[in-house]
Design a protein around this ligand. Structure first.
Ligand SMILES: NC(=O)c1ccc[n+]([C@@H]2O[C@H](COP(=O)([O-])OP(=O)(O)OC[C@H]3O[C@@H](n4cnc5c(N)ncnc54)[C@H](OP(=O)(O)O)[C@@H]3O)[C@@H](O)[C@H]2O)c1
Length: 244
């Protein structure tokens, strides 16, 4: 079990982030998260865990707002030694027809804002010489996936960021890893999973199914825990064997 601490999770309002927030609260952590929209799940968490849960409405690309979120969270729960970069913007469709504003948005949300949030949290981690950063990426950053060129490029960039940052921060007691996901059940993948394309994906997957949300949370809980104390700069692939 990981040491009880404040865990900051970007995009914990729904999808995989929602399940992760639920699991971290159940483990006894304090959790601070943000998203653009409020959801019933967030209201339920605030009611059930008034002393361990904090949510703020914030677009990750709004840098001043993001800084305020981090300072309010740490004022409330103490320094953060754990950050899960989960929020992302997914583009799909053939790159030839991609709109420049979507490409820009994917880079801004998935790469630039993620780095900004990481920097905001790192300052506190360096002070206590301890920290765990986990970046949620995708198999589309590891393999070519039709329709995911721009999105995959942002996820590949984040895997590279994890490795570089792991080199820089290891001596400060801070570990940085990526978790590259295959296909999971969530809002982001809902359309795809409802299409006949999912059958092909399942056929190509050795475990013959898509991932369950709890299986992402379990890997993240492992990376947060002392059991992963000698792991940094790695990309853990959680995809049912799709890319093996
Ligand atoms: N689901 C899959 O099959 C799959 C596969 C590979 C990788 N992944 C990765 O897993 C992570 C979670 O995916 P998911 O499927 O759970 O996505 P999701 O269901 O779309 O949820 C995304 C979360 O991020 C928040 N978010 C999105 N844009 C934001 C912004 N600009 N500012 C603040 N918050 C923002 C959303 O809230 P708001 O919209 O209210 O802001 C929501 O809480 C992502 O990094 C994704 O790339 C997922």
């Amino acid at each position: 079990m990981a040491e009880k601490t404040l865990v900051i999770v970007s995009g914990g309002s729904r999808g995989l982030g929602e399940n992760l927030v639920r699991a971290l609260l159940a483990d006894g952590h304090a959790v601070a998260t943000f998203s653009r929209a409020r959801t019933p799940f967030l209201d339920a968490c605030a009611a059930e865990h008034p002393d361990a849960f904090y949510w703020e409405e914030c677009d990750i690309t709004d840098a001043p707002r993001l800084a305020k979120f981090v300072s309010t969270s740490t004022r409330r729960f103490g320094p953060t030694t754990a950050l899960i970069n989960n929020a992302a913007f997914a583009t799909d469709g053939l790159f030839l027809f991609a709109k420049s504003q979507d490409i820009h948005r994917a880079l801004a949300v998935n790469v630039e804002a993620l780095m900004n949030l990481t920097q905001l949290c790192l300052a506190g981690m360096v002070r206590v010489r301890k920290g765990v950063i986990i970046n949620v990426t995708s198999v589309s950053g590891l393999r070519g996936i039709k329709g995911a060129a721009a999105y995959g490029a942002t996820k590949a960039a984040v895997d590279g960021f994890s490795r570089g940052l792991a080199r820089e921060m290891g001596s400060q007691g801070i570990r940085v890893n990526s978790v590259a996901l295959g296909y999971f059940e969530s809002e982001l993948s809902k359309e795809l999973l409802e299409s006949e394309q999912v059958q092909k994906i399942v056929e190509r997957t050795p475990l013959k199914r898509v991932g369950q949300v709890g299986e992402m949370a379990d890997v993240i809980r492992f990376l947060l825990s002392p059991a992963a104390g000698f792991m940094t700069g790695q990309t853990l692939v959680v995809d049912g064997g799709l890319t093996c």
